[in-house]
Design a protein around this ligand. Sequence first.
Ligand code: ADP
Ligand code: MG
Length: 232
Amino acid sequence: MAEIILSLSDVTKIYGKGETEVIALKDIDLVFEQGEFAAVVGPSGSGKTTLLNIIGCLDSPTRGELSWRGAPMKSMNRTQLAAYRRTHVSFVFQSYNLIPVLTVAENVEMPLLIEGMHDRAAIRERALSIVEMVGLSDKANRYPTELSGGQEQRVAIARALVKKPSIVLADEPTANLDSHTAGEIIKLMREINEKTQTTFLFSTHDPRIMELAQRVITLRDGQIERDERGAP
Ligand code: ADP
Ligand code: MG
């Protein structure tokens, strides 16, 4: 068994109060091992985004506990939590969120600059190697507006990977893509997952994409309806 990196125990998220209260997640127990390739599925409003945001510390649970490599996040101070977000977790969004005035290579370099890396040559080299991994070497000096949606999402995946995170959280990364391109993007993530042992957790409601996952976690009304592991 691979190392357990992340665990959620009895995680509940309630938005609002009283009459307007919404239980977005209810008593979620989940464990993730390093190297997993898992999909979170479920209808709109079932809690997928809330779950990913809580795992990425963009949001905090109302009740319950998250642990990172056995350390309860509640016991971490702001600096430690910021370090967790900066070092271990990356996001990929449905709308790519690339910076339009930066080239592909510059977009991918961004997280390294934020991390405080100074060596320009090393930064460029690392970025270009990841750009190559997502199959866009010939587009390194192009701008996002010159790319297709699928290519933009490849850049976003490269940007997510450049700091070598433990886990990539992708919230409906293929929702704006046609089904063929969507399949290719998930296959690319799977390839990178196998090559680097980076853990991927992505949400989708496309049944064809679910089939490419190694584990499928089904949410319904904020609860886990099924958690199935298929072929590794
Ligand atoms: P999904 O991503 O599966 O569509 P979400 O996690 O976005 O589901 O939402 C789960 C539930 O929580 C929904 O009922 C949604 O309306 C509610 N919700 C999500 N974010 C907020 C918020 N910031 N304030 C109030 N309710 C929210
Ligand atoms: Mg969502």
